[in-house]
Write a protein that binds this ligand. Sequence first.
Ligand SMILES: [Zn+2]
Length: 340
Amino acid sequence: MGRVCKEAEDAAVAACNGIACNEFTNCNGIQCNSFTGCSWWNVPCHVARAACVAAMAIARAACWVARGVCVLAAEAVKAACMIAAAVARAACELVNFVLDIVAFVVELILSIPILGGIIRTIWNWVTEIAWRAFGLVDFFLSWAGIRFRKKMYFGVIVPSVDGVVIASDADIMNQVNAASTFYDTTCNINMIFSGICHTGVPPPEGGLTVSCDATGFFNDWWLPGSYFEFASATCKFTDGFRRVIGYGAEIIIFIVRNVTPDTGGSNTRGCSFSSTHNYVVVEAGPAVSNFMASHEMGHACWLPHDSGTNLMNGTVPFTNPTLSALQIATIRWSKHCVYI
Ligand SMILES: [Zn+2]
């Protein structure tokens, strides 16, 4: 089901529900308030009073009729509005589904080792640069602090080894919740989570242990890259077309067992090759900062390493990370972060 189709229908239904008759609401207020103090002998006054009461009664009845017509008309318009929203949703879903089928076939081709991998790398950078060129004005607005609400889709894929998932949903949700809250409050981005998928695709060793260096980069052109692409195509079928065209492409967090290098006491816990992929990899567990996925998503949106309490510190903070205005603008400028 297309996510944008559902979001649009929800907004349309809310608008339809707002349709109501707000006129003729005070019919009972139509009363004759004149000639109320007639002396007993003042016959003309009593006649005028009776005429006034009768006239107001007629006016009141007319008001009730008008009210009834108004309410019926509003209900009819509301029903038509709901039907139109449902029809538009169905049409949207159909188009979305066809696009996702096409995207699925494209992703299967991109799953082919070497050839698919090279095309994928080039194409992902082409779409990123194209959408950034398109969103240049928005980048400067964001930098200046004018940040209208944008949205970003993200989801998690976790593999199993010998029938056992390599990370618990609880550990994964710590990463998910931290990213949702952090990007919402810091960048005014509505983070839309597409769920945790327990993929049945068996990972090769390179899909479980990822080298965050040139080895890892070129591994993506071989079997590990095929695994990431194929698991994405099957696990995250919905809106797969967005990953292909780039605009609003979902960022997929792949849970891995280990990210290397782990030298000199440094323990690498996550990796992103920037726009090369639509995925980042993270380890999930009690020893890992909850902001690890947020940090890798920052890399996916072009942020380099920073220092101090910054989210992009190479040693990811465990609490209250920060971002500069330029970093916020750079993330909001990414192809993953969109208005529609
Ligand atoms: Zn990093």
